[in-house]
Design a binder for this molecule. Structure first.
Ligand code: CTP
Ligand code: MG
Length: 238
């Protein structure tokens, strides 16, 4: 029984606005995708990696990851899809017999700590079919709907019951396959792809459990996030 990690790295990074895909943007000397892959490999609970690459960059990604001395687990690189959901599905298609647990992790979260990866895999191995890491929300969150040139606030959910969700998310292989198969049909019908994999499991009516997330696993979306990640690395390497 083995654990496969799908590392999603096929996005363009439009909100970061660089002239290369986000996963290849440099963070203190190495591209984001390499940081993330090294951390997954270093966790000791991941047996192989499948990385989804942006259009035309399978070769570049393969050279980068397969040749890295810190990654001593098998790495496959495949073309991603037009949405994150499609990219995960492409990665999932490369799972090998025996991969009974599948993690899905975003290359956009390069500083994921090993113990977070271990916590997620541990919870799946203890019998939960779907596991996500989450953190309490510190801002008050409002629900809104469009209202002319502004938005109308329609509600304020109880913050103590809200969590911000991170990756890696962990799944029993067969459950994730079923969730993606159903989710793919829905995405076509509704022109809407899920932003996380657990959402597809929820849509099946199957339980999703949460373990404690870690602030260090924050997502790089904007230049400010990249700057913050550099500072974190400089501090911890000092
Ligand atoms: N991703 C992917 N395939 C896509 C879209 C996204 O594999 N078609 C990956 C990204 O590479 C990233 C993760 O999914 O690691 C989370 O997506 P996000 O942070 O939104 O990254 P981008 O889509 O690249 O950024 P943006 O939305 O700003 O364009
Ligand atoms: Mg995106």
């Amino acid at each position: 029984m083995t654990t496969l990690a799908i590392l999603t790295a096929a996005g363009s990074g439009s909100r970061l606005g660089r002239d290369l895909p986000k996963a290849l943007v440099d963070l203190e000397g190495f591209p984001l995708v390499l940081h993330a892959a090294r951390r997954l490999a270093a966790s000791g609970v991941v047996d192989s990696l499948v990385v989804t690459a942006p259009d035309g960059l399978v070769g570049v990604m393969t050279d980068l990851l397969a040749g890295d001395p810190h990654i001593r687990i098998p790495v496959q690189v495949t073309d991603g899809g037009p949405t994150r959901q499609a990219s995960v599905a492409a990665g999932l298609a490369l799972a090998r017999p025996g991969d009974d647990v599948v993690l899905v992790h975003d290359a956009a979260r390069p500083l994921v700590p090993s113990d977070l990866v271990q916590r997620v895999v541990g919870a799946v191995r203890s019998g939960h079919g779907a596991v996500v890491p989450g953190l309490p929300v510190t801002d008050t969150v409002k629900q809104v709907r469009p209202d002319g040139d502004a938005e109308l606030v329609t509600g304020t959910p109880d913050r103590s019951m809200l969590r911000a969700v991170q990756t890696p998310q962990g799944f029993a292989h067969d459950l994730l396959v079923r969730a993606h198969r159903t989710g793919a049909g829905r995405a076509v019908a509704e022109h809407l792809a899920a932003t996380d994999d657990a959402g597809l499991v929820e849509a099946l009516g199957e339980p999703v459990h949460m373990v404690a997330g870690d602030a260090a696993a924050f997502k790089i979306t904007t230049e400010r996030d990249l700057w913050l990640a550099s500072l974190v690395l400089q501090e911890t390497n000092a």
